[in-house]
Design a protein around this ligand. Structure first.
Ligand code: URA
Length: 187
């Protein structure tokens, strides 16, 4: 484990541990306040994220920012946002097993340094990898699971909400539950 956040960032920015480094424009390390109590984890960068080097900056990201604002959270203040893989899989395909395996240590290192009280998985890929391989977003969204003292919750991926706006009220409920949970934590 790298014990310094900036040193970790520099290491990840120059990573060549998998083939995604050949097609990326930018490594998408993460964004936000590393002192945050809550961390959001997505799947991997899309086109806009690859071009800008920041997670969730496309239409899905704008929706995520809106939902965060709704519960008094913001990517520049009190959350940290990262992805399972730090480089864009070509044509937005799912990350492959070898790519996930090459990258997951960086996410573990980020979690080790941030020590979030709550981890929110955005979408099935992150929830299955982090909470439970059989996680069903439609059934289990908004439920908190205690994993060695860290609370974990899965919710809809913002891109899924853009495709299926009917799930937006349920997603907002999940964010309200997150707010409640955060407010109930001791300082
Ligand atoms: N989708 C993700 O899972 N992560 C991003 O950063 C952008 C889109």
């Amino acid at each position: 484990m790298i014990e310094d956040f900036e040193a970790l960032r520099q290491t990840v920015l120059s990573c060549k541990n998998c083939k995604l480094c050949e097609t990326r424009h930018n490594v998408v390390f993460g964004v936000g306040n590393p002192q945050s109590k809550v961390m959001f984890i997505g799947e991997g960068p899309g086109e806009n994220e690859d071009l800008q080097g920041e997670p969730f900056v496309g239409r899905g990201g704008q929706l995520l920012d809106k939902m965060l604002t709704h519960v008094d959270l913001s990517r520049n203040e009190n959350v940290y946002i990262a992805n399972m893989v730090k480089c864009r899989p070509p044509k937005n395909r799912d990350p492959e097993k070898d790519e996930l395996e090459a990258c997951i240590g960086y996410l573990r290192n980020q979690v080790h340094l941030i020590r979030p009280k709550i981890i929110v998985c955005l979408g099935r890929i992150a929830a299955c990898a982090i909470i439970d391989p059989g996680f069903k977003v439609t059934k289990q969204h908004g439920e908190f699971y205690d994993r060695n003292g860290t609370l974990m919750m899965g919710t809809f991926h913002p891109a899924a909400l853009l495709r299926n706006p009917g799930s937006k009220p349920a997603a907002l409920e999940d964010f309200l539950k997150l707010r409640e949970k955060l407010d109930s934590l001791p300082d």
